[in-house]
Design a protein around this ligand. Sequence first.
Ligand code: C2O
Ligand code: CU
Ligand code: CU
Length: 479
Amino acid sequence: SGCEEHTPQEEQPKQKVASSEKKDIKRTETKPFTQELKIPEEISFSKTKKAKFSSQKSLVQIYTDKPTEVLTFRGMLPNPTIRIKRGENFDLEFTNRLPQPTIIHWHGLIVPSVMDGHPKDVIPANKTKHYHYKVDQSAGTFWYHTHPHARTGKEIYHGLSGFYIIEDDEEKRLNLPSGEFDLPLSIQDRRFDENRKLFYKDKEVPQDNNGVLGDVILVNATPFPYKNVKNRKYRLRILNSSSVRTYNLAFDGIEEFALIATDAGLLEAPLMVKNVIVSVAERIDIVIDFKDKRIGDTVTLKNLGFKEVSNLKLHPKYPDFDAKMDIMQFHISEKAEDTSSLPAKLVHIPRMKASEAVRTRTITMEMIAGGLWTLNRKPYDMYRIDERVKLGTTEIWELKNSVHMGHPFHMHGVRFQVLDRSGKIDFPTDKGWKDTVLVMPFETVRIIVKFTMPGLFLYHCHILEHEDQAMMANFFVER
Ligand code: C2O
Ligand code: CU
Ligand code: CU
């Protein structure tokens, strides 16, 4: 099958990229909406029994004029989308062809702790890890990325992430847009120098330790792309795989669209919205209908900006949190019949009640002396167990943000529901299954979570530079 071949590092064409250190970095020029959106190849586990990944340095054509050195799993970007049905076995051999240890994590999947990709399980250079587990959770849009301690930000920034889509029969019966009308969109802000070289932290910008912001938006590793579409319904699976930026997404040319799923699965019913806030690592699935558009029309996906999420003073070189930016365009280019549906009812979500919880734990989000972001004032220690919970029990976790910056809080090995939040902004995404939730500045969010998988798992802020610093902790689910 096509899943077997991968390009080892040695076979990549070699190219010297000019060093851009020390001198002021000249910025790249980007003419938006000139490149067509790249669609990741798919690895379907119904067809493939076993897949192979190897983390490797690769040269890829992000821009058409010059190649960019990136990190990939199979020699190209975007990385493949994993597509698997509930009940199928996931089987993948991962070889680390990077000079440093790393590990893959399956974000949002509820899998045995040894398969989850904890940073203490990193594998050394040129070693292989065999991942195998049965997928047993509802349909949804998930993702994978590497997770070595203190280097996750840099590795994801350079390319090491991809989509992981779970399907099930319940979803299939809904007849939502599928096939070419089901588009994954992974959104990342990045920085390129004049040689199209990606650069991560900028020495002139001390704020980068609080999160790296870029001025070029990549969707599926394509800068400010366009996509030709037909005048019918599409399902868009949107993932924010940026380092720190929160997007407030809306469209020019389409006023309302249907939110149909959040991180870990479908909503009970489509929710018509005009915009949705998506913080790092969150996913939204939406259905957008181009049927009233004419051939030749353009619809633009844009970021409305979102200042409330942070009042950190940022460097004038990079667009701030409230920057309004066009992300990509849809060009309505063909007529098409639409046989897909958007049913008024999607799935049943059993509501977890506060009364089912055996206890409440409080997790604080604070910056301690030395400017370190932490949870409960303790810098991360890979080998320390911060919370012990009992398998099969339900708890309330009260997430208290006492700083002037929002933090997307993520837990491994579970999915949860949002009980309530103290802040004023209403998040439509709070209505569905979550594995990541944005806690706004000075806000308290209460989530309710049932622990169904034993073992050691992480919880952390998903701003990549925060989790790399210290804003991460371990919980242990004991039998
Ligand atoms: Cu995207 Cu620790 O996870
Ligand atoms: Cu995760
Ligand atoms: Cu944070």
